[in-house]
Design a protein around this ligand. Structure first.
Ligand SMILES: Nc1ncnc2c1ncn2[C@@H]1O[C@H](COP(=O)(O)OP(=O)(O)OP(=O)(O)O)[C@@H](O)[C@H]1O
Length: 235
């Protein structure tokens, strides 16, 4: 069964329509990269799908269930997780405490703190460290781990590599590939177009709230993605 279907989504900030008629479809075990210039509407789309931003129009189906009218906490309970831009950890709580917050969806599944430490081996020794003291890469791992603790079927990640060293980005994507291979659907906002081509199953480009290109990595180039990011639609 298809994991996530977002159909004809639109969303606004006051008078400004930030997302216009965007549709996405994610199968289990698929990684979709959403790319586009600053202000294209990527964050607004993710927040709207998560239920954190008011939906203008459109419909969202998660594992066959229409969740369009559900508030954010019920979407999370249905298996939809968001790793927001900037991670939003609790800096004065430990790694373990931050991870445990993710378990509040009370869904059944394989993810425990021990399983997270197996997926992110560098986190185990930081169990009692305060999240605010961690490097950016370690914080990103905790944020992904916190999302996994809710045993989601789909995870949306905003700006995965922002502010991270290349080595930390590699570690984050190693873990995400493992998660994808377990059958989760991943919707990833990423600025690094080379990374998108290297890792994606599907790539969707947005410009000024609209989809300008929908492609597979083997069928595109960095130049074509960059052009679509600035609104040039291939003939
Ligand atoms: N809180 C807000 N209030 C008003 N306008 C906003 C707000 N947040 C975003 N916008 C506007 O909505 C549009 C889409 O912004 P959004 O942050 O979704 O884009 P983005 O593709 O995620 O960009 P970025 O990479 O900069 O985060 C932009 O024109 C932006 O200025």
């Amino acid at each position: 069964m298809t994991t996530l279907i977002a159909q004809n989504m639109s969303a606004a900030h006051g008078q400004l329509t930030a997302v216009r008629d965007v549709s996405l479809l994610l199968e289990p075990g698929e990684m979709l990269f959403l790319v586009g210039a600053n202000g294209a509407g990527k964050t607004t789309l993710l927040r709207t799908i998560a239920g954190d931003h008011a939906q203008g129009s459109g419909a969202i189906t998660l594992s066959g269930v229409d969740i369009s009218d559900h508030p954010a906490h019920l979407r999370a309970r249905s298996g939809l997780a968001l790793v927001p831009e900037g991670r939003r950890l609790f800096p004065n709580m430990t790694v373990r405490e931050n991870l445990m917050l993710g378990a509040s969806t009370s869904r059944e599944g394989p993810w425990t703190v021990a399983a997270i430490y197996e997926a992110f081996p560098n986190l185990a020794r930081l169990d009692r460290a305060l999240a605010g003291r961690l490097s950016g890469g370690e914080q990103q791992a905790v944020a992904i781990g916190r999302a996994l603790m809710g045993d989601p079927v789909a995870i949306m990640l905003d700006e995965v590599s922002l502010g991270l060293s290349p080595a930390a980005v590699d570690l984050a994507y190693d873990a995400l590939r493992k998660v994808r291979d377990m059958g989760l659907a991943l919707l990833v906002v990423e600025q690094d177009l080379n990374r998108a081509i290297a890792q994606a199953d599907q790539i969707v480009v947005m410009c000024e709230g609209r989809v300008t290109l929908r492609t597979r990595p083997q069928d595109t180039t960095v130049a074509a993605l960059a052009a679509a990011s600035f609104g040039q639609v291939a003939a």
